[in-house]
Design a binder for this molecule. Structure first.
Ligand SMILES: Nc1ncnc2c1ncn2[C@@H]1O[C@H](COP(=O)(O)OP(=O)(O)OP(=O)(O)O)[C@@H](O)[C@H]1O
Ligand SMILES: [Mg+2]
Length: 354
C-alpha cells in the first residue's frame, strides 16, 4: 500500500475508479464471517480517466455520489487504487539490510529505476525475502507514484465528501482479493489478470508472493473500437453489438469474428507478459485467474487456455464472502462478480494494516 493517511478507522469502502465505470464495495466482518454490505457500479463517459490520470473529475464524482445515494452508504473512509503510467511497480534486488536501513537508503538505491524526479513521487517498498538467484541480496517490491496524480485522486474523493485513508495499487488489490479467497491456491504459481476497458493488470504470485507485475494498456475499448471502425457504426452502437445486442442489417457472425480477432491481440499481450515472467524466473505459470468485465467475452477463457496452454478460469472475488440473499439477487451477484475483483481487494483493507 502506498500511503496510509489515517491510523484509525472503523469501516472502509473500496472505490475502484475504472475507465468505464466506478465500483464501490463495502465488506463487513461479523462473527469471523465477511459479508458484502454494499456494492454499486456507475458508468463514466470515455476519456474521463486516461492511462490512470483523471482528465475530468466531475463525472467520477457524480458516479460516486450516485452510488452512495442509491445504496445509502454511510461509511466515509475510502480505500482507492491507482495504476497507469504515473505509477512504477518494480521488483528489484538490493543488498540485505533491515527495514530501517532500507527506509534511509531507498531514495539513493531506487533513483535508477524511476523515470521521474524523486521529489515528484511518493515512494513505498516492501521486503519480499531473500533473492532467489543472488546471495547476500534480497528482493524488494518498489512502488513509486507521482504526487500530482495521487493529489488528483485525494481531491476528487474529498470533493465527493469522503476521506481517503489508503491509496493502493490495482495489482496489489487483486492480490489481496485472491489471498483472502483462495488461501489453498497460494502454493502454485498463479497469474491474476484483470482485463478492464483500457488496462490489463497482471500480477503473478509465486508461493503467495508477487513475483511479477505489469499493466498493459489495452482492453475492452479496443475491441469496441475495432467493431466501430470495421462496421462503420458509432462507439455506443459498437459497444452494444459487442455485448450481443441485435441490430438490423448486422450479422452476428461478423461481430463475433471481429470480437475474436481483437481478443486475440489482447491474449497476445497476456502471453508476452507470461513468457517474460517465465524467462526471468525459469518458472511456469500453473493457473490463470481472470477478472474484469472483458473476461465475460464469450469464448475468451477457452481462447486464453488454448493460446497459453495454461488452465484458466474466472476468479470469484466473493468466494469466501457471504451476502444477504434479501439484499442482493444471486444472479445479479454472479453477473457482476468479474467487475468486483479489484474492489473486493480494496474493501478488505483496513486502514493501518500493511
Ligand atoms: N458481457 C460482456 N462481454 C464482453 N465484454 C464485456 C461484457 N461486459 C462488459 N464488458 C467490457 O468490459 C469492460 C469494462 O470492464 P471493467 O469494468 O472491468 O473495466 P474498467 O474497470 O472500467 O476499466 P479499466 O480497469 O481498464 O480502467 C468494457 O470494455 C466492456 O465493454
Ligand atoms: Mg478496472
Amino acid at each position: 500500500m502506498l500511503s496510509t493517511l489515517l491510523f484509525e478507522s472503523k469501516g472502509v469502502i473500496g472505490i475502484d475508479i475504472g475507465t468505464s465505470s466506478v465500483k464501490i464495495l463495502e465488506i463487513q466482518e461479523s462473527k469471523k464471517n465477511f459479508y458484502l454490505k454494499n456494492f454499486g457500479i456507475a458508468k463514466v463517459p470515455r476519456e474521463t480517466v486516461v492511462n490512470g490520470m483523471v482528465i475530468n473529475a466531475d463525472p467520477v464524482i457524480e458516479a460516486i455520489r450516485e452510488i452512495i445515494l442509491r445504496r445509502n452508504i454511510k461509511t466515509k473512509n475510502v480505500v482507492l487504487s491507482i495504476s497507469g503510467h504515473p505509477v512504477i511497480v518494480k521488483k528489484i534486488s538490493l543488498p540485505v539490510m533491515s527495514d530501517e536501513q532500507l527506509e534511509e537508503s531507498i531514495p539513493f538505491e531506487v533513483q535508477q529505476y524511476i523515470p521521474f524526479a524523486l521529489e515528484e513521487v511518493n515512494l513505498d517498498f516492501q521486503i519480499l525475502g531473500p533473492s532467489e538467484d543472488k546471495r547476500d541480496q534480497m528482493s524488494v517490491m518498489l512502488v513509486a507514484a507521482k504526487k500530482v496524480m495521487i493529489n488528483e485522486y485525494l481531491n476528487l474523493i474529498s470533493t465527493a465528501g469522503l476521506n481517503t485513508v489508503v491509496v493502493d495499487i490495482d495489482v496489489f488489490a487483486l492480490e489481496n482479493m485472491f489471498e483472502f479467497n483462495y488461501p489453498t491456491e497460494l502454493d502454485k504459481n498463479v497469474a491474476l489478470i484483470d482485463i478492464g476497458a483500457s488496462v490489463i493488470n497482471i500480477n503473478v504470485l509465486q508461493g503467495g508472493i508477487s513475483a511479477f507485475t505489469r499493466d498493459v494498456f489495452i482492453g475492452g475499448h479496443q475491441i469496441t473500437e475495432d467493431i466501430q471502425r470495421q462496421m462503420n457504426v458509432t462507439y455506443d452502437q459498437a459497444e452494444s453489438l459487442k455485448l450481443g445486442k441485435e441490430a438490423e442489417g448486422v450479422s452476428q457472425e461478423t461481430v463475433k469474428s471481429l470480437v475474436q480477432k481483437s481478443s486475440l491481440s489482447i491474449i497476445g499481450e497476456i502471453q508476452r507478459s507470461l513468457d517474460f515472467f517465465s524467462s526471468q524466473t525459469s518458472h511456469e505459470v500453473n493457473k490463470i485467474y481472470l477478472g474484469g468485465g472483458v473476461m465475460k467475452t464469450p469464448q475468451l477463457i477457452d481462447l486464453i487456455q488454448e493460446r497459453t496452454g495454461i488452465p484458466a478460469e474466472g476468479v470469484d472475488p466473493l468466494k469466501s464472502i457471504r451476502y444477504d440473499k434479501g439484499d442482493f439477487d444471486a444472479d445479479y451477484i454472479k453477473e457482476m462478480s468479474p467487475f468486483m475483483a479489484v474492489g473486493v481487494g480494496l474493501a478488505l483493507r483496513r486502514a493501518g494494516d500493511k
